[in-house]
Design a binder for this molecule. Sequence first.
Ligand SMILES: [Fe+2]
Length: 519
Amino acid sequence: VQRHAHLPVGRRAFIAGVAASVIASCSKDDPASSPAPTSAIPRRPRLAADPFRLGVASGDPLPDQVVLWTRLAPDPLAGGLAGMPDTPVEVEWQVAADPGFTSIVADGAATAEPGAAHSVHVDAAGLDPATDYHYRFRVDGFTSPVGQTRTAPASGGARLRLAVVTCQDFGSGYYAAYRHLLAERVDLVVHLGDYIYEWAFDTPERPILPPGVPATLDDYRLRHATYRLDPDLQAAHARFPFALMWDDHEVFNNYAGATVPDDSVDPESVRARRAAAYRAYWEHLPLRIDPPTGPDVRLYRDLRFGNLARLHLLDVRQYADEPPCRDGAGDDFGDCPARLDERAYLGPVQEAWLDGSLAQGGVVWNLVGSPTLVAGVDLGPPGRPGYYLETWDGYPAERARVIERLARPDVANPVVLSGDWHAGMVNDVHLVPGDVTTPVVAPELMTPPISSPLYEVARAQNPHVHHVVDRHGYLILQVEPSRLTATFRVLDDVRRPDSGISTDSSWPFAAKTPGAPAR
Ligand SMILES: [Fe+2]
């Protein structure tokens, strides 16, 4: 973990603001005046406008730590450094037990580097487990909005509430789902990918920058800034910690490893695009990862919530071999005998990691976050199988090994959480996916899209699909030692910013002995 250098700064200086900063710069007894140990001394330049227009965020909570995020951007859509000077800038931060910041529990200063688009990732430490906190940033007399966050439980844990979200194409609808999410009492939001879309299908009400598909780091920064100016998305980030995993659209539609569906694009340019997209993703989100400096970035990871649950987040794009049967017609939906061949989806290194992550034990529930569908769905007309080969259905050999791991007797109560389909679903993951004569290994809960266009799910030839949600919205998971309850919350109309919301259905799953399906 690489963290920004923390320069100690007193609470007095933070509260007194810019005046104190000026005084501190010539005061010997104020620790804030200590020079940074590098040649690039963080500055406190005069900013012409509020630099906190992209808001604040927190994420990847541990029992005693949480990542706090902001990006200084007085003019977020200006491109380049978004109105910031091309110099490092010192940003003060505070974590408090109360919204009025009378009880400060942690504070410090971090350096916002121009090479990181003046983003700030503070891994605030020394916090108490399962505790709510408030946080804010300050620079040059400007104070950020106040964010709320919550640490993970250290042990025990009677109840955990998660929201699961995916697929938020900006131009396809409003983020009313995020506005309603603010009223839910959840400890964490799990985002399973398609946070941005590389395409720019916009409307006069929802214009998207840059026009067209991003290619450079500047382009991807501008796309993230466009999304993050949405007030509902920004409010959700300020209200809850997030744990995020990317899918394909954070880089390019249906990329796999160093390939894209258009085979006129060479692998080196896919890797260059990955490097730009991965960097911009990290710059804009509260992630506890090493800052990306190229096309290879480890994002898969696990988060533990006491003795109640562990969340294993899978990266199904970066290490994937090209999906089968992509040549020629470019038909993603056909049957394809070659799909049965061995090819990497997670890849061998991530597979070994998942093996170890599941083997850690000590929790009642193993939540496996997969950006794409695991249970398998036959899309063809009855009698003529067809599969969406960018999902696990294009990689059944590796999927068989993963499902066998989930079925091991030492893996307690596996539950698959997934995204990407643009429909909600409740599925059974069978030992042989789609073959209902084989044992059920885990339930799969596919969360509906926040705003992306809805896609259909054929039910007739998929008896392991128990329910389909053909609406926008999100999934709420209430996790308790004896049961897990999944509730689909759905919008009336994604085209209306003031859309109402209602409950589609609720699905209880009983905790069983390890290795048995939760049902
Ligand atoms: Fe999507």
